[in-house]
Write a protein that binds this ligand. Structure first.
Ligand code: DGJ
Length: 756
């Protein structure tokens, strides 16, 4: 009886909202990029058409919002809907669980993974979310779902990027009732795929100094959970997935559905397949140890979960993501500066930084053509090793007697910008900050405080901690002429207590910490708009679309061995743009694995991303300096293509394969850059012919070799069609060989980028 009454009320609201639905413009979207969501009232179907993608969902006869279609773009006139709820299959397979719901509450007969699970204070845990109304605001579509009796209202937000077809989804959960409730699980979205039984999943796993391994597994009935329980993004799994059909998907072919979560705290992406071949991807806050209390009128927003589709294989999925990140996520968007060539002191001097030593390195770096000089760990507090100093962001006067100014002036005088390492979220017990505020760290009263690298995690969820960090960092940037911060974060959370809060509010720390981190970054950027920031977490343990929206580049791994890096960088590019991927040339033998490699191999490996140098330049011979100068100059001619072009992974170095090759093509097709590597030369096997991709078939391209050897008989100039069909043969003999070849379209001025 009650249910019927409720349904009538929703219908009334629906009619009212259709009449009222306003159309507006949102700030970030330019008119040509705007996608207007459409609603078909006859069938109660919503439709997003963007890029090569159509996404449709509809309200079924039970009032439930369900996915109708997600795939290749369909003609506007094609009928989609009405949404039909799945029939109950048996008393064990209820309709609620089989219907591909857009955002299911845990309630009714639901047995599949819900997007939302709630406990009301009176003990009720039953939430069934039904359609209420919608609103279109420019490219935003908001759909309101409600369980009026439980007092829960959820607004689903949708955006679609016109260029890539990537859809962003998030949920705004409101306690619209009269009693307090606790959210046990809140996803950003559920993505429902077409029914099939031959899906496979690709995802990224890793560990410190071994991040970004690409994994593939068949999706079968059951669940696969990708997650971090660490308080931050983590490197064990990265919040990215790609799903394809059977064995038919590869770099260039096959249906691929892919997505990435914009969140830098604990997260989960769960891929479920039921016995009928229905695959759901549910992602958002990690439900593990999650509890978010809402008093009447209070709300919780989820992170945005972005996802896309392509028919053209995992290579195109990556290119769409790269473009989307560059245009829509990274600060500055499409107008962002190219990554400058950077020098970093860490591997050269570790904690032994001081004014004369850094000045000597700066002189050497500038002479190579380096554009940004970065002083890493060791410049502050009592920081002579990793036991002390974190938290005390004041210059160590023993190492820099006159502060940082003389060094900064020197660096600027050499024509470089100046950067500094910080790790603001951490504190050593041996620090003035900890001695003054031992209560500022995450902890449970009376329990041990576990250390990682001798440090504890400051509880950024506390407003006083946030205010302190903002003040200290603001002062650092105001008092010193700094252009770049490397923002490090070197451990997981432990004992995540927030004793200042009541027990039932403490677990809000999982959300509040990250939101305050974002807010600090946002405010620092607003106050110091010329300062760029790198996200580093002992390497690549905090890389996600959330942190990327507030940082200009990321550090993928502490592993700088150029051969290991080939796999690390390859894995990284499945999800993230080369424009953000910093890569340093460091010393040989490499500190990680003692591997000896040539300077050519090291440079060519690093030139696939944002080039940096991290070696001790005081050890380099004049011949090595000359080689380095040559590569830095060469890099400046190709970096716009590498950083902003389209990436084609020609040979995969995953699973310790002997070969690796990538090609980047400039957006205007005028330049293509080919990098090729042979880790091991086995049985005198020739290097595979490399067939280029993405060239203009009719144009003619002339190549020049940065390093390496092409096979005798290779023409100097040939058509795009020739290079893509016949390809190019490289001569590689022996271990750790590398080649770099640049193709320039004839009649085109050389493609050079500028940095600021
Ligand atoms: C970890 C980073 O990944 C390194 O590059 C370096 O900055 C150290 N921390 C410094 O402690």
């Amino acid at each position: 009886m009650k249910l019927r009454a409720r349904t009538i009320r929703f219908a009334t609201l629906l009619a009212a909202s259709l009449l009222a639905a306003p159309v507006g413009v949102i700030a970030k979207a330019s008119p040509e990029r705007t996608v207007s969501p459409r609603y078909d009232p006859a069938h109660r179907v919503f439709r997003l058409d963007a890029g090569d993608v159509t996404y449709a969902m509809g309200v079924n006869t039970d009032g439930i919002l369900q996915t109708i279609y997600w795939g290749a773009r369909l003609p506007a006139a094609d009928p989609l809907g009405p949404a039909v709820p799945a029939p109950e299959r048996s008393s064990f397979d209820p309709a609620g669980a089989l219907t591909p719901q857009e955002y299911a509450g845990w309630g009714g007969a639901m047995t599949a993974t819900p997007a939302l699970k709630i406990r009301l204070d009176d003990g009720n845990r039953d939430v069934v979310l039904r359609y209420d109304s919608y609103r279109v605001d420019g490219e935003h579509l908001s759909i309101l779902l409600r369980d009026a009796q439980a007092g829960v209202a959820v607004t689903l937000d949708y955006t679609a990027d016109a260029a890539t077809g990537i859809i962003g989804r998030s949920a705004h959960i409101e306690n619209a009732g009269k009693q307090a409730l606790t959210i046990d699980a809140a996803a950003s979205a559920t993505w429902n795929l077409p029914r099939a039984d031959d899906y496979s999943l690709r995802y990224l796993t890793g560990t410190w100094a071994g991040e970004w391994h690409l994994q593939t597994r068949a999706i079968t009935p059951g669940a696969t959970v990708l997650e971090s329980r660490r308080g931050s993004t983590g490197d064990e799994n990265n919040p990215w997935f790609a799903i394809g059909r059977g064995g038919e998907w590869n770099e260039e072919h096959g249906d691929v559905w892919f997505g990435a979560l914009a969140w830098s705290g604990s997260w989960s992406i769960r891929v479920d397949e039921d016995i009928l071949g229905q695959v759901r991807v549910v992602g958002g806050y990690n439900p593990f140890d999650f509890a978010y209390r809402l008093k009447p009128g209070e709300t919780l927003d989820t992170p945005v979960f972005y996802a896309g589709y392509t028919r053209d294989g995992i290579g195109e999925a990556s290119r769409l993501l790269h473009r989307f990140e560059r245009d829509r996520i990274l600060p500055g968007g499409a107008r962002a500066a190219l990554r400058p060539v950077l020098y970093n002191s860490w591997e050269a001097t570790e904690f032994k930084v001081d004014e004369p030593g850094q000045e000597r390195l700066a002189e050497k770096a500038a002479a190579l053509g380096v554009e940004r000089f970065v002083v890493d760990d060791g410049w502050f507090g009592a920081r002579d090793n990793d036991h002390a100093g974190l938290g005390d962001w004041v210059v160590n006067r023993r190492k820099f007697p006159n502060g940082l100014k003389p060094l900064i002036d020197k660096v600027h005088g050499l024509g470089m910008s100046f950067g500094l390492w910080v790790e603001p979220e951490m504190v050593n017990r041996d620090s003035d900050l900890y001695r003054a505020h031992p209560d500022w760290v995450l902890n449970f009263p009376g329990r041990e405080r576990s250390e990682g690298r001798h440090q504890l995690v400051l509880n950024l969820a506390r407003e006083d901690v946030k205010a302190h960090l903002l003040e200290v960092l603001d002062r650092l940037l105001s008092e010193n002429d700094i252009q770049f911060l490397k923002w490090d974060y070197n451990r997981n959370w432990s004992e995540p207590g927030w004793p200042q809060m009541s027990p039932d509010e403490q677990q809000k720390v999982y959300v509040a910490y990250v939101r305050n981190l974002y807010d600090i970054l946002r405010q620092l950027r607003a106050r110091h708009p010329k300062v760029e920031i790198e996200s580093c977490s002992g390497g690549g343990a905090r890389v996600d679309l959330g942190i990327m929206a507030l940082t200009d580049e990321v550090w993928p791994s502490d592993n700088t061995d150029p051969s290991d890096r080939l796999s690390i960088q390859d894995g990284f590019t499945y999800a993230y743009a080369p424009a953000t991927m910093m890569a340093w040339v460091t010393g040989s033998p490499n500190w990680v694995n003692n591997r000896v490699s040539s300077l050519d191999f090291r440079f060519l490996s690093s030139m696939q991303g944002g080039l940096g140098i991290g070696a001790n330049l005081l050890d380099w011979t004049p011949a090595e300096e000359a080689t380095a100068r040559g590569y830095v100059a060469e890099y400046k001619k190709i970096r716009a293509t590498v950083q902003r072009g389209s990436l084609y992974r020609l040979l995969s170095p995953q699973e310790r394969a002997p070969w690796s090759a990538t090609e980047s093509v400039a957006d205007d097709g005028a330049q293509a850059v080919l990098f090729a590597f042979q880790r091991q030369g086995e049985e005198a096997r020739p290097f595979p012919t490399l067939r280029l991709r993405g060239l203009d078939v009719k144009a003619r391209y002339r190549f020049r070799v940065m390093h390496g050897k092409v096979a005798p008989g290779t023409p100097d100039v040939a058509s795009g069609a020739y290079w893509m069909q016949r390809g190019i043969d490289l001569v590689m003999k022996g271990d750790l060989q590398a080649a770099g070849v640049v193709f320039e379209r004839e009649g085109t001025a050389s493609h050079q980028g500028v940095t600021r």
